[in-house]
Design a protein around this ligand. Structure first.
Ligand code: ZN
Length: 274
């Protein structure tokens, strides 16, 4: 009787989870259906807490928004992209967006679930992006949030945890071993499979939507190509494609070009089109 509890819990989770369309497909045609288990509210609340802590720590260390001109530039570009998000989801422009610049060597930028954005000075200083290129990076990161990739991965981890618990109980009952041991082993496999940064598919979706957001916000959609060329040059090649969650460079550039061709008619330099 006790062993059936995880199964009941799993059924409850499956009943609660839903196949959703987080975004409209846009001109670039991103239309993969997603299965969500974690609630958006819970994921966004946790992301908001993590963001707040990150900012507080940076503030204490004197690493938050050091250069007002730099912050103003990043926010101006992000604001135009955020206004363009309505093409993919009607609710997105009203999210509690935040945009901050962190002093750090890493060539990095991210957007947490719910619209909490950070751009690192390492990216600004090592890549020296044009406004169009910076729009490409921020647009890519915003696209991850619009697609709720973080929530999707959280749900996958929850699903694997649940399956591992059941698998552990089954393995334990069959072989007479401690169920918690089986649970641990399977839990590790689950971590390897799902606790990865982003799938290649998610990266491709972010690339495509990012290019369209840039074009709609009045930024050159082809700038994404030059941007990722520069990113590759500073990253010393990176791991081979089969080891990486990122698509190979050639695959990525080809896909960005295709997307830029599609959204080119939307692009008027410096003029947002919503
Ligand atoms: Zn990405």
């Amino acid at each position: 009787m006790k062993r059936s509890l995880p199964l009941i819990a799993l059924l409850a989770v499956l009943a609660a989870c839903a196949t959703v369309r987080t975004t409209q497909p846009g001109v670039v045609g991103v239309d993969r259906e997603q299965t969500m288990i974690a609630s958006a509210a819970a994921v966004n609340r946790q992301a908001g807490d993590a963001y707040r802590q990150t900012l507080q720590q940076a503030q204490k260390q004197g690493k938050l928004n050091r250069d007002p001109a730099q912050v103003a530039r990043v926010r101006a570009i992000a604001d135009r992209l955020i206004a363009a998000t309505r093409s993919f989801r009607a609710d997105a422009p009203a999210w509690q967006w935040e945009v901050n610049v962190l002093t750090a060597k890493d060539v990095n930028a991210w957007c947490m679930p719910g619209g909490k954005i950070a751009v690192y000075t390492g990216l600004l200083e090592k890549i020296r992006p044009t406004d169009d290129e910076l729009a490409a990076v921020i647009g890519h990161e915003i696209a991850h949030a619009l697609r709720e990739h973080g929530r999707e991965k959280a749900g996958q981890a929850m699903g694997v945890g649940m399956a591992a618990a059941i698998g552990g109980a089954l393995v334990g009952s069959r072989y007479g071993i401690d169920p918690s041991l089986g649970e641990n082993v399977l839990g590790t496999v689950g971590d390897l499979a799902f606790m990865r940064p982003n799938s290649r598919e998610m990266e491709q979706e972010a690339d495509r939507i990012g290019v369209e957001l840039a074009a709609r916000a009045g930024y050159d959609p082809y700038a994404a190509i030059g941007l990722w060329e520069k990113m590759r040059q500073v990253s010393d090649g990176g791991p081979p494609q089969w080891l990486s969650t990122h698509p190979s460079h050639a695959t990525r550039i080809g896909d960005l070009k295709t997307s830029a061709d599609r959204v080119a008619p939307l692009y008027r330099p410096g003029t947002p089109r919503r």
